[in-house]
Write a protein that binds this ligand. Structure first.
Ligand SMILES: CC(=O)N[C@H]1[C@@H](OP(=O)(O)OP(=O)(O)OC[C@H]2O[C@@H](n3ccc(=O)[nH]c3=O)[C@H](O)[C@@H]2O)O[C@H](CO)[C@@H](O)[C@@H]1O
Ligand SMILES: C=C(OP(=O)(O)O)C(=O)O
Length: 416
């Protein structure tokens, strides 16, 4: 299996182009299932997860052509309603085919999803919502079996704002009869991006980006040509790299509006953050100040940036506390960071980090997607060599990360 080798100690400088967002591209590619005709998507990142969703859509008989970062999908003749274990287990977002399949072919049999092992991650709220729309749902042999002759709009309240749950329900409701109201909906930019695409297809989705989304069902949807929004988590990862290495990195093609919480927190650590249109320049400060962080649903601080900020706090001056409120098991990077010398104590859902002057390179194991990225970041400021094993998760979510880091002057390479 591939490894990433990092030699620490270099200050990163230059420009990096941010790729399309994984978590926006996945539901948008899936939304092709709702249309007749050829959809064209630009700025699709080249990731393992995108490969996995394309495999699943092909299995369902969609025609897919890929040219560079452009993907064309035609799903006129969906020939199956099953998403088997082998295709679904690799990626959590596969559950997103459930809503569209029920809407389009009236039934679905979808294996319970896999993804990063950062918590139990049930899908009860997806299923409860689909049942409110009239789907009959059973769990059998590790599969969700659902069917509905006709989905009907209803008033749905999510106990917790769920990102993929909101997306699944939105995609089921666009072709349902009547009006669906989603309350306590997730407000992440990826939800708004999906709603914009659905509306371009001819759907009537109002209020995405707020916690109440109203969907008036329509009878059919047309294909679209759209571009995927920039990846705010990839952008945040490079912003932390600049602050961490006392560097000077300019991110091109990002959406600063989606990064307000991250920009705010980074400034409090002492970094200079300059926003100009779609560019963000981060200039690291000589001394990194300690800050406290609590992850929250958007527009709060993203859980997908928690591990990266923990690395920054590992070499900050003083004590900081990071609380994880979204996932119950998202501190699995802590033990690996401790191997590099970080001084971190976990108590319940909080981690207390006592900053030290320097980390020291060591072999470590990547355990989930953002934890993997955090280990590269740690390697950048560790003395000597850090060897990151099991980079499978990294490739799920970062497009050419080692090449992008190398272009900024980091000594990062992949060993096959
Ligand atoms: C592919 C994708 O977009 N992944 C993102 C998505 O994951 P994902 O959509 O899986 O995360 P959710 O927003 O659903 O999870 C939020 C919380 O709700 C809980 N929950 C969720 C659904 C449900 O039916 N029941 C339930 O209890 C989860 O266990 C978790 O504690 O949002 C997360 C939170 O921003 C991000 O970390 C992931 O990168
Ligand atoms: C947790 C993530 O991905 P997934 O939801 O696909 O596991 C992530 O993108 O950080």
């Amino acid at each position: 299996m591939d490894k990433i080798i990092v030699q620490g100690g270099r200050s990163l400088k230059g420009e990096v182009k941010i790729s399309g967002a994984k978590n926006a591209a996945l539901p948008i590619l899936v939304s092709s299932l709702l249309t007749q005709g050829r959809n064209i998507y630009h700025n699709v990142p080249d990731l393992k997860d995108i490969g996995s969703i394309k495999d699943l859509l092909s299995y369902l008989c969609a025609d897919i052509e890929t040219q560079g970062n452009t993907v064309a999908i035609k799903a006129d003749g969906i020939c199956k309603s099953e998403a088997p274990y082998d295709l679904v287990r690799k990626m959590r977002a596969s559950i997103l085919v459930l809503g569209p399949l029920i809407a389009r072919v009236k039934k679905a049999r979808v294996s319970l999803p896999g993804g990063c092992a950062i918590g139990a991650r049930p899908i009860n709220l997806h299923l409860k919502g689909l049942a409110r729309l009239g789907a009959s749902i059973e769990l059998k042999h590790g599969y969700v079996e659902a069917s509905a002759d006709c989905l009907k709009g209803d008033d749905i309240y999510f106990d917790i704002p769920t990102v993929t749950g909101t997306e699944n329900l939105m995609m089921a409701a666009v072709l349902a009869k009547g009006t669906t109201i989603l309350r306590n909906a997730a407000r992440e930019p990826e939800i708004t991006a999906l709603a914009n695409v659905l509306n371009k297809m001819g759907a009537d989705v109002q209020g995405a980006g707020s916690s109440v989304i109203t969907i008036n069902g329509v009878s059919s949807l047309n294909p679209v040509e759209v571009s995927i929004i920039p990846d705010r988590i990839e952008a945040g990862t490079f912003m932390v790299a600049s602050a961490l290495t006392k560097g000077d990195i300019t991110l091109k093609n990002c959406e600063p509006d989606h990064l307000r919480a991250v920009i705010n927190k980074l400034k409090l650590t002492g970094a200079e953050v300059l926003v100009s249109g779609k560019d963000i320049r981060v200039i690291g400060s000589e001394e990194i100040a300690s800050i406290d962080i609590k992850t929250m649903p958007y527009p709060g601080f993203p859980t997908d940036m928690q591990a990266q900020f923990m690395v920054l706090m590992s070499v900050a001056k003083g004590l900081s506390m990071i609380s994880e409120t979204i996932f119950e098991n998202r501190f699995i990077h802590v033990d690996e960071l401790k191997r590099l010398g970080a001084d971190i104590t976990v108590s319940g859902n909080s981690a207390i980090i006592k900053g030290i002057p320097k980390l020291s390179g060591a072999p470590v194991m990547a355990t989930d997607l953002r934890a993997s990225a955090s280990l590269i970041l740690a390697g950048l400021v560790a003395e000597g060599q850090t060897e990151i094993n099991r980079v499978y998760h990294l490739d799920r979510g970062y497009d050419a990360i080692e090449k992008k880091f190398a272009k900024l002057g980091a000594a990062v390479k992949r060993i096959k």
